[in-house]
Design a protein. Structure first.
Length: 195
């Protein structure tokens, strides 16, 4: 399947079925539904002492949805990159439709950290995060989970576990349990999810 076929409708449908896309090295888009799903507790991420100090000090100015495309572009990596220009196009369109959101960390007028994702019912699906300053991505993630809880989300989906996410309090559940949770979440609404 070519990236040009990515549309907001297709993204919405796939996510409602528990699948998410990634761009392969040859430019093809593949769809994934892992056996185990990585989630963050909606009650909040694990905040270390040093991270709590950074948050208390207000090291970063936290904003939401002021630089969505820029946040996505900052998530691009030099290699092994699963985000393509087609992804940036379609997720930015989703943002303009009102169900793509980001948390941003700013410092001295620069975007130095962030996380972005999409909202479906009461499920927030986080896609990727980045940092240009120490702890900026962690603060952005903390802020995003906090905001999602305040807005009535019941699931904060991080898709695939890795050691970094585990250190921040992420946990795994079997896909069949995730699908039951997702089915329930799709019957609900939040201010960030387009009906």
């Amino acid at each position: 399947m070519s990236g040009t076929e990515l549309t907001p409708w297709l993204i919405r449908y796939a996510y409602s079925q528990g699948a998410f896309p990634m761009t392969m090295e040859d430019g093809r888009v593949e769809w994934f539904q892992p056996y185990n799903r990585c989630l963050f507790p909606i009650t909040g991420i694990h905040v270390s002492r040093s991270l709590a100090k950074t948050i208390r000090k207000g090291t970063f100015e936290i904003r939401f949805d002021t630089a969505f495309e820029a946040a996505m572009r900052h998530c691009l990596r030099p290699d092994e990159n699963w985000i393509s220009e087609d992804f940036i196009r379609v997720y930015t369109e989703i943002h303009l439709q009102g169900w793509g959101h980001c948390a941003e960390c700013w410092q001295d007028g620069r975007l130095v950290g962030g996380v972005y994702g999409i909202a479906l019912g009461s499920c927030f699906c986080a896609e990727s995060m980045f940092h240009r300053e120490t702890d900026a991505s962690k603060v952005a993630l903390w802020a995003m989970v906090e905001r999602c809880r305040e807005l009535g989300f019941t699931i904060f989906d991080a898709q695939i576990m890795n050691p970094h996410l585990a250190s921040l309090g992420a946990y795994e559940i079997p896909n069949r349990k995730y699908m039951r949770m997702l089915e329930e979440a799709l019957t609900r609404s939040t201010p960030w999810a387009r009906v």
